[in-house]
Design a binder for this molecule. Structure first.
Ligand code: 0X9
Ligand code: CA
Ligand code: ZN
Length: 459
């Protein structure tokens, strides 16, 4: 655990004029990069797998994870939910006096032995029967087809979009960051905003969200005045898939596996995977908000940043410190589901805590509520749900001074398809967050303007 340091947004650090710029590559490097991208595009365009046919899917079938949703009844309030979470169960959805969880048979048995009351939900995404359409893996982009869309977008808008491989997943897949800004090849002195997606394998709608944002920003430049202004004054980073191995594992058999974690083996256990959103290096494992058991869905890993994917994204964020100042000021980590907008801290119920002043909290809440007013999500502090420790948002804020939100996208409840809503909702439910994304981009130069304290914090 690290000592909390002063957040980025203190008046002192905000006044420091950004002068020095570190270039990742010069003009020659950029040319080589574009060539590499063009080649990658060429290969990937043909490598994108089409929808599997039934025989193919059957042949590829692997032992089912046996994970399904259960309602755990008789839980009132965050402390009782946190007590359940502390046993290592991942909570999917919070209801009034119950929660929904995903568990395999052994996990369900373990919880019953602890005295919890579990009722299995109907298998095919609850609430069906009234024309509800179940999703299939082919409803969503694969990791490879996501790469192809990104590369094609770079090819169409080379002055606006660039990509870089910021590292590799456990299984060796590229983790890419996509930069969107006018004069994209130049590292300009502009507020930077980061969007991360797909930390959790099965949350496929979040990858669609990244592709929506990419398309919206690039197609709007030069035609939409607001987007043009934003791309002229901001540098935007998208990491469309933090967990490409998990995403691929979740869908590659042709049926969803309800997988959450990465695909890293664990020493001394046959259980695979770390919950990347419990693996961040701030208050890691402090507070009962994660599990030390490899078999748990919320396994925090052997040490902070032990997940290669966590390390890659954390290193990328640290690399955006230029001249002693973190360039990224605001961040959204996209998840599903619940239709929520969450802010730190997750490790404590306290509204303010070391490194999180009343003004910080008020700015978090003000911008969070403005975004929620635009999309109908529920805005709240993360721990209002249940305690989480080692989550990305707490690290982003405490260690890097970045205003970090967690969005839980569509649906609101399991009856909308849970983690697997039908492909027919993708356009609507990604576009639903257009305004919220723009609101964050607009506020990112001075988050404290939202509470009328621009003069104090952003001179
Ligand atoms: O438990 C999680 O990691 C997130 N929910 S999910 O169903 N997508 O797994 C919520 C994380 C919220 N916690 C913080 N932002 N601190
Ligand atoms: Ca910059
Ligand atoms: Zn998630």
């Amino acid at each position: 655990m690290r000592t909390p340091r002063a957040p980025q947004a203190s008046p002192a650090s905000r006044t420091a004029r950004r002068t020095r710029r570190t270039r990742r590559y010069g003009a020659a490097g950029a040319a080589v990069l574009s060539l590499a991208l063009a080649l990658t595009l060429g290969t990937q365009a043909t490598a994108v797998p089409g929808p599997r046919d039934a025989a193919d899917a059957a042949a590829a079938a692997t032992p089912d994870t046996g994970i399904r949703q259960y309602e755990v009844t008789g839980l009132r309030g965050a402390p009782e939910r946190s007590a359940l979470a502390a046993t290592g169960t991942a909570i999917d959805e919070v209801l009034h006096n119950s929660v929904l969880i995903s568990a395999d048979a052994a996990e369900a048995e373990r919880l019953r032995a602890l005295g919890y009351h579990l009722t299995p939900l109907p298998a095919a995404a609850a609430g069906s029967g009234d024309g509800f359409q179940a999703a299939a893996p082919s409803d969503y982009h694969t990791y490879a087809s996501m790469r192809a869309v990104v590369d094609a977008t770079v090819a169409r808008h080379p002055d606006l979009v660039s990509t870089e491989v910021i590292g590799r997943s456990y299984e060796g897949r590229d983790i890419i960051a996509v930069k969107v800004s006018a004069d994209v090849a130049v590292d300009e002195d502009e507020p930077e905003i980061l969007f991360t997606h797909n930390q959790h394998a099965r949350e496929h709608l979040t990858v669609e969200m990244a592709l929506f944002t990419l398309e919206e920003l690039t197609s709007g430049y030069g035609s939409d005045a607001r987007i043009t202004r934003l791309l002229d004054t901001r540098e935007i980073w998208l990491i469309p898939s933090v967990n490409p191995d998990g995403k691929t594992y979740d869908t590659e058999s042709g049926a969803f596996r309800s997988w959450r974690k990465n695909r890293q083996p664990n020493a001394g256990s046959s259980a695979v995977g770390t919950d990347l959103n419990r693996n961040w290096d701030y208050m890691w494992g402090c507070c009962g908000g994660s599990s030390g058991s490899a078999s748990s869905a919320t396994y925090r890993g052997a040490s902070p940043e032990s997940g290669p994917e966590t390390r890659v994204v954390a290193d990328f964020v640290r690399s955006r410190v230029v001249g002693g100042e973190q360039q990224i000021t605001a961040h959204i980590d996209f998840h599903t589901y619940g239709e929520l907008i969450l802010w730190p801290y997750g490790y404590t119920y306290a509204d303010t805590a070391p490194g999180l002043t009343a003004d910080d909290r008020d700015a978090f809440a003000a911008v969070g509520r403005a975004m929620a007013a635009s999309n109908g999500y529920t805005p709240q502090q993360s721990s209002d749900l249940y305690i989480t420790d080692g989550s990305i948002g707490d690290w982003m804020w405490a260690e890097e001074g970045i205003f970090s939100y967690t969005f839980e996208m569509y649906p609101r409840s399991a009856s909308g398809g849970g983690f697997y809503p039908p492909g027919s909702v993708i356009d609507r439910e990604t576009a639903r967050n257009r305004e919220a994304v723009l609101i964050l981009l607009e506020n990112a130069d001075c988050m404290y303007r939202s509470i009328g304290k621009e003069a104090q914090y952003c001179p």
